[in-house]
Ligand binder design. Structure first.
Ligand SMILES: NC(=O)c1ccc[n+]([C@@H]2O[C@H](COP(=O)([O-])OP(=O)(O)OC[C@H]3O[C@@H](n4cnc5c(N)ncnc54)[C@H](OP(=O)(O)O)[C@@H]3O)[C@@H](O)[C@H]2O)c1
Length: 283
């Protein structure tokens, strides 16, 4: 265990109880970083902390909502006391919600008629409040940790941040209006912040995962029998490498972007990790 760049550095990972960033947190710890694990649910963070501890690493799980600035500031004080000042930040907390997506992939006349099918939710039915929840989580929930932990990094004159974008950052997927625009926002804020924080010695980049099965997307992409739903088949048809991503597929890109030796002159970019999804027209 250990690496001359990551060794003993303090890393904060939000969404660290989730599918992708639990693997990121374990990898940073494997490379020797002391890792603060942030998420709302301690029950999701504790097994990750236990896995890190049992491999000889250091992890500090903290139940925090990333959209709550006061809570993130309180977490930052705890992290500084317990581990030291934050040097690396991975903003993995994010996601979508079922009540903020349409059930239709395009306009259907029945959605504005009297005989609207039960359960149909078209564009005209989307609840602005639910869409705001998604937008707030993915954008403000990334900006607040950048403010709180970025301030600590700016005080030391160095640091690196990796945000989580999506294929939706480039072109919106059907149904996902609020999620798409919020992930386009993540790419945009990554560029804005990279330019703003360069004089502070802080690099800001993002990764854009393609399709990785998590608790929510597994139900959308896979059948109970382990096959593919129609949407899963559609995704696979547009993924030249013909598989979903595995969290381990992201670790190289995330660690490269965080590493000042390897990516010293890299800031403001978003790296797709997508099995070729972006490159393929699917036709
Ligand atoms: N999986 C994919 O295919 C995919 C593709 C593109 C982009 N992404 C992005 O990659 C990131 C990680 O995705 P994932 O697949 O690992 O999702 P996941 O398994 O759902 O993990 C996301 C984590 O974020 C935490 N979280 C949610 N809201 C939060 C809040 N307000 N404050 C603090 N933590 C919060 C959740 O824990 P709590 O509910 O306990 O807080 C959860 O553990 C997300 O930003 C996602 O949008 C994923």
């Amino acid at each position: 265990m250990g690496d001359s760049f990551f060794g003993e550095k303090v890393a904060v990972v939000t969404g660290a109880g989730g599918t992708l960033c639990s693997a990121v947190a374990v990898e940073l710890a494997r490379r020797g970083a002391r890792v603060a694990l942030l998420g709302r649910t301690m029950e999701k963070l504790e097994p990750v902390a236990a896995a890190i501890a049992s491999a000889g690493g250091t992890a500090l799980p903290l139940g925090v909502d990333v959209t709550d600035a006061a809570a993130v500031e309180a977490a930052c004080r705890r992290i500084t006391e317990r581990l030291g000042p934050c040097e690396l930040l991975v903003n993995g907390a994010g996601g979508n919600r079922n009540d903020a997506v349409t059930t239709t992939t395009e306009f259907e006349p029945s959605e504005i008629g009297d005989a609207r099918p039960e359960g149909m939710r078209g564009f005209f039915d989307l609840d602005p409040g639910r869409m705001l929840d998604v937008i707030e989580l993915n954008t403000i929930g990334t900006i607040i940790p950048c403010q709180v932990f970025g301030r600590v990094m700016a005080g030391r004159g160095s640091g690196a941040i990796v945000n989580f974008a999506s294929m939706n950052s480039y072109r919106p997927l059907s149904r996902n209006l609020a999620y798409s625009l919020s992930k386009a926002g993540v790419t945009n804020l990554t560029q804005w912040l990279a330019a703003y924080l360069a004089p502070a010695g802080i690099r800001v980049n993002a990764v854009a995962p393609g399709f990785f099965a998590n608790e929510r997307s597994r139900k959308i992409l896979m059948t109970e029998g382990g096959g593919l739903t129609a949407r899963g088949q559609n995704v696979m048809g547009h993924t030249p490498m013909k598989r979903f991503g595995d969290a381990r597929d992201l670790l190289g890109a995330v660690c490269w972007l965080l590493d000042d030796r390897e990516a010293a002159f890299v800031t403001g970019i978003t790296v797709p990790v997508d099995g070729g999804f972006l490159a393929s027209s699917g036709v």
